[in-house]
Design a protein around this ligand. Structure first.
Ligand code: ACM
Length: 537
């Protein structure tokens, strides 16, 4: 395992900037010499759009291009600025953001409430020599459409210095909206801590593939990462280390708000997870009174699971849990709080049920809905709860049936089968990073399954979507995150977004290969799976 750099946070972020500066213009490790087409065929992107109708000649971005927005809408203006910010560095064009009326012949971002068929995140992109128009009912739809526009341009548009162009977008119409409302990615910031800037970098990577939910695993045996004013030692002590004994870290409330704000600017909802009643050694080490025997265990920097439990019979446990839920709910504009519930191997079944029966109503009391790992179906999931299935092909049928029965009873499902979507699983036996308890997960395996028909006995309507978790027992740097998430993350994103009938590994792998120059331009390290026909490097 690579060692995380042991440097104070401020110096760390200065170094991060310095490194980013050096990286600009550098030849990336996987530089691709294969020429990209001057005009990418309409719809040859990831996730593949629902409907693509090529027609006529391309639109060309020039020095004179203006971005037209609805000047009366703050969100519309912010989207215009975001798009201009994406396109200016590589094109070198000024791209002023102006009112629609002044953007004739330019790129127009149109919010159109009467376009109800486009739903909450759908958009239409029309491209012709006379202009390019993105239309959506909601700002989130315009944001997803901007990602499509971006991917239709040559990958060099992602570079931070001026490139030659030309900058053409194929002519025609894309009409697109997601298969699932929930398209998530989880980042474990407990096993190794990741700074606000590192989380923002991941948020931007997720945005490119139309992910709309960032699940943050904020507490575990190895570290508590979010400030709780009423229990300050959770972070000052419980956040002071990580796997391997590094310095750990935590988010102040303001830093956490900054993550939530940044995610919202990318139309991502943050779901904070406080894992309970297991995976709680960092809390138990911070406060002796939370332990049944009143003795605080030492901090833990290994990678075992299942050895810790909150003390279910003690009243103070529920004071603690309520304080934490109240403070986290107050930091959360989103609808959900994830309460974990996995691998509670040191909690008896009766205690587990008693605990969840007491804790789920506390989440509701503070105005949020419960998300839990699928072991929550061993109890009675609260009304409106979502459960996150993380089993395997070989998971016993009885366990799958318990989840299916909950789904038939109205509990929503998020599918994160570990032997498909866990981004921390090794690709092959030779992958240097990652774990293998769920098996090896090559790129085809992670893409080639149907969430709608995955678990027997689950009504398709119960499936709210998919999520790709990234656990960090072995991952300490953003390069480590990159090489495990890429290229599997775009495939899970496509499973969440694109219609079932577009699902096809043979065509997907070609579109995925075409993302390689974009990964390079963005400085994303990725695994060059032999299953994917990458351009010659
Ligand atoms: C899990 O992987 N323990 C949810």
């Amino acid at each position: 395992m690579r060692q995380r750099r042991r440097i104070p946070r401020l110096i760390g972020s200065l170094l991060l900037f310095a490194t980013a500066g050096v990286a600009v213009g550098q030849t990336p490790a996987h530089s691709s010499s294969a020429a990209e087409p001057e005009v990418r065929p309409l719809g040859r992107i990831v996730p593949v759009p629902a409907s693509v109708a090529p027609e006529g000649e391309p639109y060309t971005l020039t020095h004179a291009t203006r971005i037209g927005v609805d000047a009366a809408s703050r969100e519309s203006k912010a989207l215009g600025r975001y798009l201009a910010g994406l396109l200016r560095p590589a094109t070198g064009f000024p791209l002023p953001v102006v009112d629609q009326a002044a953007a004739r012949g330019g790129i127009r971002l149109r919010l159109s409430p009467e376009e109800t068929a486009l739903g909450d995140e759908g958009y239409r992109l029309r491209s012709a020599p006379e202009g390019l128009t993105l239309t959506a009912r909601e700002p989130a739809g315009l944001f997803r459409g901007v990602q499509t526009l971006r991917q239709q341009l040559p990958a060099a548009v992602e570079r931070k210095s001026v490139q030659t162009g030309p900058w053409k977008i194929a002519g025609g119409t894309i009409t697109d909206s997601p298969r699932y409302a929930y398209r998530g990615a989880m980042l474990d910031v407990s096993r190794h801590f990741f700074t606000v800037d590192e989380v923002k970098r991941y948020i931007d990577q997720l945005a490119l593939y139309k992910i709309n939910t960032l699940h943050l695993h904020l507490s575990d045996d190895q570290g508590w990462r979010i400030a709780i004013d009423s229990w300050p030692r959770l972070t000052t002590y419980g956040g002071s280390t990580e796997v391997g004994g590094g310095p750990g870290g935590f988010y102040t409330k303001d830093e956490y708000r900054e993550i939530v704000r940044y995610a919202a600017s990318r139309y991502q909802e943050v779901i904070p997870e406080i894992d309970m009643p297991g995976h709680t050694n960092a809390a138990l080490a911070s406060y002796a009174e939370l332990n049944c025997d009143g003795v605080a265990p030492p901090l833990y920097t290994g990678t075992k699971v299942g050895f810790s439990s909150l003390c279910v019979p003690k009243p103070v446990t529920y004071d603690f849990v309520e304080d934490v839920i109240r403070e986290i709910a107050a930091l959360t504009p989103g609808r959900y709080l994830h309460i974990g519930g996995d691998e509670a191997h040191s909690t008896s079944h009766a205690d587990y049920v008693a605990f969840m029966d007491k804790v789920q109503p506390v989440v509701a009391k503070y105005g949020k809905k419960v998300v839990g790992w699928h072991q929550l179906t061993g109890t009675k999931p609260a009304d409106g709860a979502l459960v996150q299935y993380w089993g395997l092909d070989r998971t016993p049928a009885a366990e799958k049936e318990r989840v299916a029965a909950a789904a038939r009873n109205g509990t929503g499902l998020i599918l994160s089968p570990a032997d498909r979507t866990y981004l921390d699983m090794k690709y092959t036996k030779d992958t240097p990073l990652g774990l293998a308890w769920a098996g090896y997960v090559e790129v085809q395996r992670s893409y080639d399954w149907n969430p709608g028909a995955y678990l027997p006995g689950v009504p398709e309507s119960a499936v709210r979507g998919v999520e790709a978790p990234l656990w960090t027992e072995t991952l300490a740097t953003t390069d480590d995150l990159d090489v495990m998430a890429f290229p599997r993350l775009p495939g899970v994103a496509e499973l969440g977004w694109s219609p079932a009938e577009t699902h096809d590994w043979e065509t997907y792998k070609v579109r995925l290969a075409e993302q390689a120059p974009r990964f390079d331009a963005l400085g994303i390290d990725y695994y060059r799976s032999p299953q994917v026909p990458w351009p010659a490097g």
